[in-house]
Design a protein around this ligand. Structure first.
Ligand code: AMP
Length: 579
C-alpha cells in the first residue's frame, strides 16, 4: 500500500479563514483515500492518523462506570476497526448493507461504527434507552442486516422481537455479563475480532455514497431514516473547527448519547477527524462525576446539552467551583433552547460562557452557532457558519417560500441546499424528502427570528414534535403504543413544559366504552408504555379524557390539547368537530 500522506494541517486561525471559506477549501483539509479512491469517513477519522505522526496519540479515553479508564491509541483504534471490517467481510456482509448498533457510551461503538464504515456499510447507532418497540420499528424500517449490541441489551430489548426481523442475519454481542453466557443465535464480538486480521484496505468510496442512517421522529407516521453520505465528514470536520473551536492536541468531551446524531457527528467523527483525544464516559449523568471528569481529564472543549446544564445548575455554581478547570477553554451546547440564565451560570461556574448552537438530524452538522471569537448573545442560537446560508422564510400559497428580509419577524428557519452533510433522502420515502424543500430552500420545521445583527433566535417547532431532555420524540410513536392497550380507544400526546427536561411527554387517553378510568388503570398504562417504549420516550403523565378534540376530518388536535393544558388561547378552532 502506498504511504499515506500526513494529515493536512487545520487552519491556525479559523477567524481569518472564515472570510474566504468555501466547502471546496474544507475538502482540502481532509486527505481522501490513497490513490484517489474517493472519500471515506473512517479513513479521515482514524486511518490517516493511525498511519501518521499521531498513531500513538490517545484517540479514545473510555472511563468505566467505576471511574477507571482505558485508553485506545489511533493505531489501536485503526487496527480494531479494521478487524471488525474484516469480520463483516467474513460473514458475507457486503458494501451497502445496513449495520446497526445498540450500545451505550462505550468505545466498542466507535470501533463498530468505524469498522462498518471502512467496509462501506451504512451504519445506524440506536439509542440504548429505547424499549423493544422503537428498536424493532427502526431495525425493520432500516432493513438491518447486522446488529452489534451487548448481552444485557440483547436479552432485554432484542430477543423478544427477533422473530419479527427476518432480514437481521447477524447479531454480534459484547458479553457484559459473563454469568449468562452467549445468547443463542448470536455471535461473540471478542471472538470475532480476535480471529480477524487487523489490516484492512478501504475499498474505493464515492463521497456521495450512503454512510449513516439516523432515525428521527415524524409528527405523523413511522420514524424517518435520514440518509447521510461519506462526504458529510467535510462538514463534520469544518463545522467543529468553527463552532467548537477545536485545536490540535485538544482533549474533547461530547456528552451526547451515541444513539442520537450529535453522538455520531461530534462524539465520534468530528473530533477524531481532527486527531484529538475523545473522552467516552460510560457512566450515567451525575453532576459531581462530570465536574471531576472535566478537571481530572483536563478537558479543553466540552460539548453538552441544556438539560444537563439545568441539572447541574440545581446543585449550585459553588459545587462546580469546588473543582479547577485549568484546561477548559470552550463550552458549547445543543439540542434545545439554552436560556440566558444558563449562559450566565457557565460564567459563574466555569468562568466561561456556554455557546449555544443549532442543527438537527437532517442537517448532519452544526449550521448556526455562537462561535469562538464572536460575542455570545445569551438566548440566541448564534449566526450561520461559514458555508451555510440561512433565512427566516414565509410559506407562499403556491407552495414556494419567500425569505423575510425584515429583522425581528417570526417565520420558518430555512437553509440553502448544498452543504456536504445535508441528508440525501429519507429511506424509502422520496415524497417525504421532496416535501422538505421549496426550490433551493430546505425547510427545517423550526420557527425562528433573526435580529438586525444576523443572530437567530429559536421560537418553537412548526409541528407537534416534543423535545424531552434533548431527545426528539414523535407523538405518533407514543400514541400507537398506548392504543395497543385493550382499554384505550384513542390517545393524543403533547410536550408539557418542564423546568428541568424542557418538555415532558404527556398523554391524553379516551377509554373504550364501558371501561372506567381509575388510578390503577393509569398506573397500568404508564407501565405498559414504559416497558414497550423505554423510559426516555414513554409518557411521564397520563390524563383520561371523555373524548379528544378532533378536526372534522377526524385528525386529533394536539395543539388544542396543549393550549388547554397551558391555559393559552385556543387559536383557530374553526376546523374543530362539533362535540
Ligand atoms: P434532532 O434532529 O433530534 O437533533 O432535533 C433537532 C431539533 O432540536 C431542532 O429542529 C430544534 O427543534 C431542536 N434544537 C436543536 N438545537 C437547538 C437549539 N440550540 N435551540 C433550540 N432548539 C434546538
Amino acid at each position: 500500500m502506498e504511504p499515506v500522506r500526513t494529515p493536512a494541517p487545520i487552519p491556525a486561525d479559523p477567524g481569518t479563514d472564515r472570510a474566504r471559506f468555501s466547502w471546496d477549501m474544507a475538502r482540502g483539509w481532509l486527505q481522501g483515500l490513497p490513490r484517489g479512491r474517493g472519500l471515506n469517513i473512517a479513513h479521515e477519522a482514524v486511518d490517516r492518523h493511525a498511519a501518521g505522526p499521531h498513531a500513538g496519540r490517545t484517540a479514545l479515553r473510555c472511563i468505566r462506570k467505576d471511574g477507571t479508564a482505558q485508553d485506545l491509541s489511533y493505531a489501536e483504534l485503526g487496527a480494531r476497526s479494521s478487524r471488525f471490517a474484516n469480520a463483516l467481510g467474513g460473514l458475507g456482509v457486503a458494501a451497502g448493507d445496513h449495520v446497526f448498533t445498540l450500545l451505550g457510551r462505550v468505545g466498542t461503538l466507535h470501533v463498530a461504527l468505524l469498522g462498518a464504515l471502512k467496509h462501506r456499510c451504512v451504519v445506524t447507532p440506536l439509542f440504548s434507552a429505547f424499549g423493544p418497540q422503537p428498536v424493532a420499528t427502526r431495525l425493520a424500517l432500516g432493513n438491518a442486516r447486522v446488529l452489534v449490541t451487548t448481552s444485557t441489551l440483547y436479552r432485554r430489548k432484542v430477543e423478544g422481537i427477533r422473530q419479527q426481523l427476518p432480514a437481521l442475519a447477524h447479531v454480534i454481542v459484547v458479553q457484559d455479563d459473563e454469568r449468562d453466557g452467549l445468547p443463542t443465535a448470536t455471535l461473540d464480538w471478542q471472538a470475532l475480532l480476535a480471529s480477524a486480521s487487523p489490516a484492512y484496505e478501504i475499498g474505493p468510496t464515492d463521497p456521495q455514497s450512503p454512510a449513516l442512517l439516523h432515525f428521527t421522529s415524524g409528527t405523523t407516521g413511522a420514524p424517518k431514516g435520514a440518509l447521510h453520505v461519506h462526504e458529510a465528514v467535510v462538514a463534520h470536520h469544518a463545522t467543529a473547527l468553527y463552532a467548537l473551536d477545536l485545536r490540535d492536541g485538544d482533549v474533547f468531551w461530547c456528552t451526547a448519547d451515541p444513539g442520537w446524531v450529535t453522538g455520531t457527528s461530534y462524539g465520534i467523527i468530528a473530533p477524531l477527524s481532527h486527531g484529538l483525544t475523545v473522552i467516552v464516559d460510560e457512566g450515567e449523568f451525575d453532576a459531581l462525576r462530570w465536574y471531576a471528569t472535566l478537571e481530572r481529564e483536563r478537558v479543553n472543549v466540552w460539548y453538552t446539552a441544556p438539560t444537563a446544564v439545568r441539572m447541574m445548575m440545581k446543585g449550585g455554581a459553588a459545587t462546580a467551583r469546588a473543582h479547577r478547570y485549568a484546561a477548559l477553554r470552550f463550552i458549547a451546547s445543543v439540542g434545545e433552547p439554552l436560556h440566558p440564565q444558563a449562559v450566565a451560570w457557565g460564567m459563574e461556574a466555569f468562568g466561561l460562557p456556554i455557546h449555544d448552537n443549532w442543527w438537527q438530524t437532517e442537517t448532519g452538522g452544526i449550521m448556526i452557532a455562537n462561535c469562538a471569537g464572536m460575542a455570545v448573545r445569551p438566548g440566541s442560537m448564534g449566526r450561520p457558519l461559514p458555508g451555510v446560508t440561512a433565512a427566516v422564510v414565509r410559506r407562499e400559497a403556491d407552495g414556494g417560500v419567500a425569505p423575510i428580509e425584515e429583522p425581528g419577524l417570526d417565520g420558518e428557519l430555512a437553509l440553502k441546499r448544498g452543504w456536504p452533510s445535508m441528508f440525501r433522502g429519507y429511506l424509502n420515502d422520496e415524497a417525504r424528502y421532496a416535501r422538505c424543500f421549496a426550490g433551493d430552500w430546505y425547510l427545517t420545521g423550526d420557527l425562528a427570528r433573526r435580529d438586525a445583527d444576523g443572530y437567530y433566535w429559536f421560537v418553537g417547532r412548526a409541528d407537534d414534535m416534543i423535545k424531552s431532555a434533548g431527545h426528539l420524540i414523535g407523538p405518533y410513536e407514543v400514541e400507537s403504543v398506548l392504543m395497543a392497550h385493550p382499554a384505550v380507544l384513542e390517545a393524543a400526546v403533547i410536550g408539557k413544559p418542564d423546568p428541568l427536561i424542557g418538555e415532558a411527554v404527556k398523554a391524553f387517553v379516551a377509554l373504550k366504552p364501558g371501561i372506567a378510568a381509575s388510578d390503577a388503570l393509569q398506573r397500568e398504562l404508564l407501565g405498559f408504555a414504559r416497558t414497550r417504549l423505554g423510559a426516555a420516550v414513554a409518557p411521564k403523565e397520563i390524563a383520561f379524557a371523555e373524548a379528544l378534540p378532533k378536526t372534522r376530518s377526524g385528525k386529533i388536535m394536539r395543539r388544542l390539547l396543549k393550549a388547554r393544558e397551558l391555559g393559552l388561547p385556543e387559536g383557530d378552532t374553526s376546523a374543530l368537530e362539533a362535540a
